[in-house]
Design a protein around this ligand. Structure first.
Ligand code: BGC
Length: 450
């Protein structure tokens, strides 16, 4: 092994999620999801895009697994579409829908690729949405039943499990600002949904543990962390920064890993902040084996009374590089994030479960694939930041580039490309970008030289 800081067994992966890549949303008896419905509501997704075809991964899955193998990935993070497995969200199992994930897992294992399975990456069965979705106090039970079912079916082959992907985004994007499904705009709902999601996570962990109790099974939660800095030393900006940090970062990890909810949020939300019983806090704190960090950018925050309830806004940094989604490129903040998690929550194993950038890509390939120098640089710098965190002692077990493929970037549609592999959405053709080629070489060296 060349001189590398990456530990043996480190996972070199890429990630996707069901609704973003699969297409064929209603195939083989699948039920409608909230995202299918949202995408088919005029005005919700840029350009009227939908996930009807997406990357056609549902039909091209063997080709995609072969592609992962060509790149040398030894891990793949994907999510299960709940509505394929349980078309009504509860009750009746759709064996054909589950069968897709069984085949996917078998193909991955056959290719020497470790599967990391996410149970919920935002696409909720519409039948559950009709009952209030995550606002419904029964949602934790629904999720636990679904988790048990998938755990029972795949626990013999899948060791790494994630309950939820980014609960903050579901609550903030789906219920506070209405830009993601189900499109509500209510601070009261967002605060309640955050709490319900954390309870569902706890119940999901317990249900999974009952089904997946082998020494190989490791259950985690994936959160997106956006470290915050104050735009100035002014006390108002410093306070805005703390509020934003509590809302976006600590709201989820504090209950799960410390058994407490950030006090700042009660003050911020006032009467909209839901009470939480000791029992619920204990449930949220159900022990997990690892935490997954999705890192894209940092946030430089200033006080702003016009944004409710946070009263904080992002401040653009002169001279910095911004991605196509308007996010500042800042690799060092990834190292700081991983160190912060260790410092605040202890030495829990961590994975970088998503990291990547949307940049414009030329549609035509050159000799080294599609030239994407900015994404390649982003990947190089962020893997360097991961190496720095490992050198500083963080127990980091793997890194997953977001994303394996260009895909449906939610409300932005297909215009924002995050893939290390280019997808021609007219033909479905996949072409590795230069970033993918570079990543493959870094993987072959087990990260030596980063
Ligand atoms: C999500 C992905 C999304 C990515 C880029 C994360 O918040 O988990 O589904 O595509 O960020 O926006």
């Amino acid at each position: 092994m060349p001189d590398t800081v990456f530990p043996p067994g480190f996972l070199w992966g890429a990630a996707t999620s069901a609704y973003q890549v699969e297409g064929s949303p209603l195939a083989d008896g699948a039920g409608i999801s909230n995202w299918h419905r949202f995408a088919h509501t005029p005005g919700r997704i840029a350009g009227g895009d939908t996930g009807d075809i997406a990357c056609d991964h549902y039909r091209r899955m063997p080709e995609d697994v072969a592609l992962m193998r060509t790149l040398g990935l030894n891990a793949y993070r994907f999510s299960v579409a709940w509505s394929r497995v349980l078309p009504e969200g509860r009750g009746r199992l759709n064996a054909a829908g589950l069968g897709f994930y069984e085949r996917l897992v078998d193909q991955l294992l056959g290719a020497g690729i470790t599967p990391m399975l996410t149970l919920h990456h935002w696409d909720l069965p519409a039948a559950l949405d009709d009952r209030g979705g995550w606002l419904n106090p029964d949602s934790a039970d629904w999720f636990a039943d679904y988790a048990a079912l998938v755990g029972r079916a795949l626990g013999d082959r899948v060791a790494l499990w994630t309950t939820l992907n980014e609960p903050w985004v579901i609550a903030d994007g789906g219920f506070m600002h209405g830009v993601l499904a189900p499109g509500h705009r209510s601070a009261w709902e967002a605060a309640l949904v955050a709490q319900r999601l954390l309870c569902a996570h706890g119940r999901g962990v317990q249900a999974l543990r009952a089904e997946c109790s082998g020494p190989q099974h490791r259950i985690g939660l994936v959160v997106n962390i956006e470290p915050k800095r104050a735009a100035s030393d002014h006390p108002a900006d410093r306070a805005a920064c703390e509020r934003a940090h509590a809302y976006m970062n600590r709201q989820y990890l504090d209950p799960v890993l410390r058994g407490e909810r950030p006090a700042e949020l009660a003050a911020l939300f006032g009467p909209a902040w839901p009470a939480c019983s000791d029992e619920d806090i204990a449930l949220m704190r159900t022990p997990i084996d690892w935490v997954g960090i999705n890192y894209y950018t940092r946030g430089v925050m200033a006080h702003d009374e016009t944004t409710w309830p946070l009263q904080a806004r992002h401040v653009r940094q002169p001279g910095a590089t911004y991605t196509e989604t308007g996010w500042e490129v800042h690799a060092r903040a990834l190292t700081e994030t991983l160190l912060w998690v260790r410092e605040r929550y202890g030495d829990i194993p961590q994975y970088v479960t998503e990291n990547g950038a949307a940049f414009y890509d030329p549609p035509v390939a050159g000799p080294d694939g599609i030239a994407d120098p900015l994404r390649l640089q982003y990947l190089r710098d962020h893997l360097g930041a991961v190496a720095d965190a490992i050198r500083a002692g963080v127990d980091l077990r793997g890194y997953f580039a977001w994303s394996l493929l260009d895909n449906l970037e939610w409300a932005h549609g297909y215009a924002k490309r995050f893939g290390i592999v280019h997808v021609d959405f007219a033909t479905g053709r996949r072409t590795p970008k230069a970033s993918a080629r570079w990543y493959a070489k870094a993987i072959a060296r087990h990260g030596a030289g980063l």
